[in-house]
Design a protein around this ligand. Structure first.
Ligand SMILES: [Zn+2]
Length: 117
């Protein structure tokens, strides 16, 4: 992949208390509420340089945070594809719920590496 095709997108920002907010943790309504709140209060800050934040949605439908004014900030880049996969992982975790006990997992088998007597 060519370097120029990588689109870095931040998924995290800080609120006025310094608490992290992750874009993929918010539901559609939560994102809209945060967007309205930030448009009035401008209380969100980028984790990299404390610049003001604007809330955006990528072409793949990923919600993310962006610098309100583009400066010369050198924050660690994440590609849109990486963030899309992260979002899928988080959503899958939410849907799967707590891990279930697998009854077959504890039974000894001949492939366990120990001799069967
Ligand atoms: Zn920054």
């Amino acid at each position: 992949m060519a370097e120029s095709s990588i689109i870095p997108i931040p998924l995290r920002c800080f609120d006025c208390n310094g608490s992290s907010i992750h874009a993929f943790d918010l539901s559609g309504d939560g994102w809209e509420a945060l967007l309205r709140e930030n448009s009035q209060a401008c209380h969100l800050r980028m984790p990299c340089c404390e610049a003001l934040v604007t809330l955006k949605r990528s072409r793949l439908g990923t919600n993310f945070f962006a610098h309100k004014a583009v400066g010369d900030c050198k924050w660690a880049p994440e590609t849109e594809e990486q963030l899309f996969l992260k979002r899928l992982a988080v959503e899958a975790g939410h849907q799967a719920g707590p891990p279930r006990q697998k009854s077959w997992a504890k039974q000894p088998t001949a492939s366990s590496g120990r001799p069967m007597y």
